[in-house]
Design a protein. Structure first.
Length: 290
C-alpha cells in the first residue's frame, strides 16, 4: 500500500500525467484524427479517473502510507494552497465521465457542457512551475491593489453602456438593444478593436448631425475609458508586481547583510580565540623555561 500511495504523491508522475492528458486533448481537437476520437475520449476518461484517485488517496492516506480519518485528511489536504486548484480542476472534469456510459437523453445532454470543463485539469501544471508560489502571491497582491480602480471602471462602463442604450438603441440595435449587449459593445469599444465597426454602424443609420456628435462622443469615452481607465489599471498592476519583486530583492539583500555581519562576528571570535590560544601557548613555554 505504501508503494501505491507513493506513486500518487510523486510529482514527476503527476506532471507526466498532466502533460500526456494535455497532448491527448490537443490531438482530439483535429478533425483529421476523427477515427481516433473514441480512443482519445476513453484515454481522457482514464486520466480523469487517475486524477480522481490521486485526490482520494491524498485525502485518505498520509505521504508515509498510513490511513487517516476523512475529516483529518481534508484538513491536511487543504493546508497546501495548490490543492484548492487541484480539487476544483478535478471536480469540474468528473461530470464528463457520465458521457462514457450514455450519449442519449436530456440529462446526459446537459452534461455535455462539462466536457469542456475537463480542460481545467491542465491548469494544475502551474503548480509545477519554479517559484509558482511567489509568482501567484505577487499576482494576488497586485490584483488587490487595483481592485478599487477595477470596480470603478466596471461602474463607469455600466453607466456609459446604459447611456448608450438611450442614445443608440434605435440607430444600432445590433450593439445597443439592451443593457447587457450595450455593456459588451462598450467594453469592445474601450478595447479599441471594435471602435470603427460600432461607430460606422451608428453613423450609417443616423442623421449627419447625430453621426458627427457620435464620433466626438465615442472619442471622448475612449479617452477616459480606454486610454485612462485600462491603461491606469495596467500600469498600477505592473507597478505592484515590480514593487513585490523589489521587496523580495530588498529582503534578500538584508538577509545577505545579516549573513555578512554574522561572518564578520565569527571571524572576530576566531581571531580572539587564536589570540587567547597564542597567549596560553606563550605562558606554557615560559613555565617550561622556568
Amino acid at each position: 500500500m505504501k508503494k501505491i500511495v507513493s506513486h500518487f504523491y510523486s510529482e514527476k508522475l503527476i506532471l507526466a500525467g498532466i502533460l500526456l492528458n494535455t497532448f491527448v486533448i490537443y490531438l482530439h481537437s483535429f478533425d483529421s484524427l476523427s477515427a481516433y476520437f473514441p480512443l482519445f475520449i476513453w484515454t481522457d476518461h482514464a486520466f480523469t479517473i487517475y486524477f480522481l484517485c490521486e485526490l482520494l488517496v491524498k485525502i485518505l492516506f498520509s505521504q508515509q502510507g498510513t490511513f487517516r480519518n476523512f475529516s483529518v485528511g481534508i484538513k491536511e489536504y487543504f493546508k497546501d494552497s495548490w490543492h484548492y486548484v487541484d480539487f476544483i480542476a478535478i471536480s469540474c472534469s468528473v461530470p464528463s465521465l457520465l458521457l462514457a456510459f450514455s450519449s442519449h437523453g436530456v440529462f446526459i445532454e446537459f452534461f455535455v457542457v462539462f466536457r469542456a470543463l475537463r480542460i481545467f485539469k491542465l491548469v494544475r501544471v502551474i503548480e509545477f512551475i519554479p517559484n509558482a508560489n511567489e509568482i501567484a502571491r505577487s499576482v494576488f497582491k497586485a490584483l488587490r491593489s487595483v481592485s478599487f480602480i477595477l470596480i470603478s471602471f466596471l461602474i463607469y462602463t455600466t453607466i456609459i453602456s446604459l447611456i448608450n442604450v438611450s442614445l443608440f438603441k434605435h440607430n444600432s440595435p445590433k450593439y445597443f438593444s439592451n443593457g447587457f449587449e450595450s455593456f459588451f459593445s462598450t467594453f469592445i469599444v474601450f478595447s479599441g478593436d471594435g471602435f470603427f465597426d460600432v461607430t460606422t454602424n451608428i453613423v450609417t443609420h443616423a442623421s449627419p448631425m447625430k453621426g458627427f456628435f457620435t464620433k466626438i462622443y465615442f472619442a471622448a469615452i475612449i479617452l477616459f475609458g480606454s486610454i485612462l481607465g485600462l491603461s491606469l489599471i495596467n500600469s498600477i498592476f505592473i507597478d505592484e508586481m515590480n514593487r513585490e519583486s523589489r521587496t523580495t530583492l530588498e529582503k534578500g539583500l538584508k538577509d545577505i547583510g545579516k549573513m555578512h555581519d554574522t561572518v564578520i562576528s565569527l571571524e572576530e571570535k576566531i581571531l580572539d580565540l587564536e589570540k587567547k590560544n597564542n597567549e596560553l601557548l606563550q605562558e606554557i613555554r615560559n613555565k617550561q623555561r622556568n
